[in-house]
Design a protein around this ligand. Structure first.
Ligand code: NSS
Length: 429
């Protein structure tokens, strides 16, 4: 038993193999059937000749239907006409699960493909996206492990707004209300006092009403927090970790990347340090490009596209005005209008993939900001405790996993970076 990718290769020519997979397409004429089979690793042409297989196997090879599952035994041979240049000449073709007529044909509307997402995720493009995501995440996980970070498991059900109380999902929690987590940050901040340097991959939820191609209601959030870390060191962690993710996917997934015209060698050229542009400079740059903006305006998708469209390497925008960011960030002593924070923007126009900052450790300042926002202070008493008992300078960040996948795969919409997207209009399937 071998994977399809390993079966149809130079080194297997003349060898007998068994592969298991699903019918991608079938064509037959007279006494010969060409069945293209797929598994998670790729596709291969299987040639089934009448007389070379038991009679019932030949019937199975000619009368199956797209997405039927089958086990094939045969000999690998070179054949210029086969996709990839090799084929399997079958000695057995055993149908395992005959498929009913498959509801997805060549040209389908986006809506139908979303309705049939549970079947559409079998497509080669979707499969490649999932493998790229898996590889990116492994790159990050390996980097954290090599750098002595502890992976921790924060809660998803919570009583506080970690980012923005207007985009909270409320749930019935026994006889009171609770929320779905927007970010594990506050829990990671608590955990640095025991583990020093921590990270977590959790789902985060944002009830954002706006329908944009870069927002999901549920996304996978890769977050880290470390004691003693300054904002500058926080950015160094980000550029090293992102580089490790990119280099890992370049090594592990050259074929999948090629499907999205992404050159692994170009990803390997991305190395730290990434440029750091202060918010004020970004504003001037945009004004110079004709944007009607002034200090204090936020950078949205359009502005981030302008800043990054001609770049090939991610860049940081640093020190945003306080009014644009949450209460927990540390004031920038060099310009108290701003915070010691950064957003990491992906190049080629893609924009924000990470938000990070050094954290405020002064409880008076935190209380003042919470009062200004009208937040219920009692919910944050435990968070303030962290500053009362052995407070340390610390920093951290959160990376949107689907954002980095969207960039690497050059996707038009973030919903294709997750198998079952949750958006304003969709919780099914
Ligand atoms: O809101 S963030 O900018 N920052 C935080 O949540 C911090 N509390 C993280 C931390 O410091 N531990 O979100 C971080 C990233 C952001 O840069 C995006 O890449 C991603 O999370 N993000 C999203 N991805 C997809 N859909 C939505 N709605 C979304 N919101 C944020």
């Amino acid at each position: 038993m071998v994977s399809i990718k390993n079966a149809v290769s130079e080194k297997m020519v003349g060898k007998t193999v068994q592969v298991r997979g699903w019918v991608y397409r079938t064509r037959s004429s007279g006494g010969i059937a060409f069945v293209v089979m797929r598994d998670s690793t790729g596709i291969a042409q299987v040639t089934v000749k009448k007389g070379s297989v038991p009679d019932e196997d030949f019937v199975s090879a000619t009368d199956n239907g797209i997405e039927s599952s089958a086990i094939v035994e045969g000999t690998v041979a070179e054949d210029k006409r086969a996709p990839g240049g090799y084929e399997i000449r079958a000695s057995r073709f055993i149908l395992v699960g005959k498929a009913e007529p498959f509801p997805i044909t060549e040209y389908q509307s986006t809506e139908l493909l979303l309705d049939l997402r549970h079947l559409w995720i079998r497509s080669r493009e979707q499969t490649a996206i999932m493998r790229i995501k898996d590889s990116l995440l492994r790159g990050a996980r390996n980097w954290f492990h090599e750098n002595d970070y502890t992976e921790v498991t924060p809660p998803i059900i919570t009583g506080v707004a970690a980012e923005d109380s207007t985009s909270l999902f409320q749930i019935k929690y026994f006889d009171r209300i609770a929320f779905l987590s927007q970010s594990a940050q506050f829990y990671l901040e608590s955990l640095i006092f025991s583990c020093d340097k921590v990270w977590a991959l959790t789902p985060s939820f944002r009830a954002e009403k706006s329908r944009t191609p870069r927002h999901l209601a549920e996304f996978w959030h890769l977050e880290m927090e470390a004691a003693w870390l300054t904002n500058e060191e926080n950015m160094q962690v980000q550029e090293q970790m992102v580089t490790a993710m990119l280099h890992n996917v370049a090594d592990e997934c050259p074929d999948e990347l090629a499907m999205f015209k992404r050159d692994p060698a170009a990803l390997k050229k991305i190395v730290p340090p990434f440029d750091r542009m202060p918010y004020g400079e970004a504003m001037q740059y945009l004004q110079g490009k004709g944007f009607d903006m002034s200090w204090g305006d936020d950078l949205g998708a359009v502005e981030e596209r302008e800043l990054t469209k001609d770049r090939t390497i991610p860049m940081f925008v640093v020190n945003y005005p306080k009014e644009l960011k949450p209460f927990y960030m540390k004031e920038n002593p060099d310009d108290p209008r701003t915070y010691k924070n950064s957003d990491l923007l992906a190049p080629e126009g893609f924009g924000e993939i990470i938000g990070g900052s050094e954290r405020e450790t002064d409880n008076e300042l935190i209380l003042e900001r919470l009062r200004e926002k009208g937040e219920p202070l009692e919910n944050y008493s435990w968070y303030l405790d962290l500053r009362r008992y052995g407070s340390v300078p610390h920093s951290g960040f959160g990376l949107g996993t689907e954002r980095i996948v969207t960039w690497i795969c050059g996707l038009d919409h973030i919903r294709d970076a997750i198998p079952f997207p949750r958006t304003v209009s969709r919780v099914f399937p």
